[in-house]
Design a protein around this ligand. Structure first.
Ligand SMILES: Nc1ncnc2c1ncn2[C@@H]1O[C@H](COP(=O)(O)OP(=O)(O)OP(=O)(O)O)[C@@H](O)[C@H]1O
Ligand SMILES: [Mg+2]
Length: 254
């Protein structure tokens, strides 16, 4: 497969055309951003870590019946994916209060939620990815009511499978952002990436969750995600390597 023209340069990835109109070449970048790009840093090794972590997670999801746009990883920093017509939606699910949810609703970080929460954000850098509800999405023509129903069902199923996957490697899936698109024959599929950039991952080996209720008291949170970068808690590399190592062990155990 040949890498042809650059189609899109995002904050974390570059997308190129290939000779197959149904396949895109994705190059992961070493760039880390926070605050919608307000904070930016080149972190050597990040691209390889996220490319491999996404590949392993999509492979694990496929094992449990969740298909995705992934075709295959083709180099340490590159993978081939099915070209999708993307919904301009950041699809977020929360199992534990954290981040903008805690800020917006005044709920302590680490508070277990009675039920997982599904949220949508409109993917718009100029508007800073605003929070929207179903009616907003339909009114703006971002998705139809039927598509949103499918997106919600698939997203909730992914949360169940992904929560179990991370629990099997002693990690609490606090929340995560996914994106979905439509294939040329109209099928809605999981796309983009699933990495410590797009998830909040707390280590259950560090004694957190000792009470077993999912709630984590301050000082007991061992973060294995991009909050380390957002909150200036040091290098993300050891945490990302830890997640990769545990996923590699899991893959090797099958
Ligand atoms: N299979 C796919 N087909 C077409 N576009 C895709 C596919 N998977 C992901 N994309 C799009 O490719 C882009 C990936 O780039 P990247 O994640 O770096 O940037 P971004 O999403 O624009 O910005 P950020 O994620 O940093 O907010 C996104 O716009 C994403 O929606
Ligand atoms: Mg992105």
């Amino acid at each position: 497969m040949e890498k042809l023209g650059l189609l899109y340069q995002g904050k974390a990835k570059k997308l190129y055309a290939t000779e197959d109109p149904e396949v895109l070449w994705v190059e992961y970048l070493n760039q880390a951003t926070a605050g919608n790009g307000a904070k930016k840093e080149q972190i050597v090794g990040k691209a390889e870590l996220n490319n491999r972590i996404t590949t392993l997670i999509f492979d694990e999801l496929k094992r449990v019946g969740i298909d995705s746009h992934l075709v295959k990883q083709i180099s340490p920093t590159d993978q081939l994916v099915r070209k999708m017509t993307m919904f301009p939606l950041e699809i977020v699910q929360r199992n534990v209060a954290a981040g903008s949810f805690s800020k917006r609703l005044g709920v302590d970080e680490g508070t277990a939620l009675k039920e997982p929460v599904l949220e949508y954000y409109f993917k718009s850098d100029p508007l800073n990815d605003p929070f929207i509800n179903d009616d907003d999405a339909v009114a703006l023509g971002l998705a139809t009511r039927e598509e949103l129903a499918q997106i919600a069902t698939l997203a909730r199923t992914i949360n169940v499978k992904l929560t179990a996957l991370f629990a099997s490697i002693d990690v609490r899936l606090v929340d995560f952002k996914i994106e979905m698109g439509k294939t040329s024959d109209g099928e809605i599929l999981l796309a983009d990436e699933i990495t410590p950039d797009t998830c909040r991952l707390w280590d259950l080996r560090s004694g957190a969750d000792a009470e077993g209720d999912g709630a984590v008291k301050d000082g007991q949170i061992e973060r294995l995600d991009k909050d380390i970068f957002r909150k200036d808690l040091g290098s993300i590399l050891p945490a990302y390597h830890e997640i990769l190592g545990r996923l590699e062990n899991l893959a090797a155990s099958h």
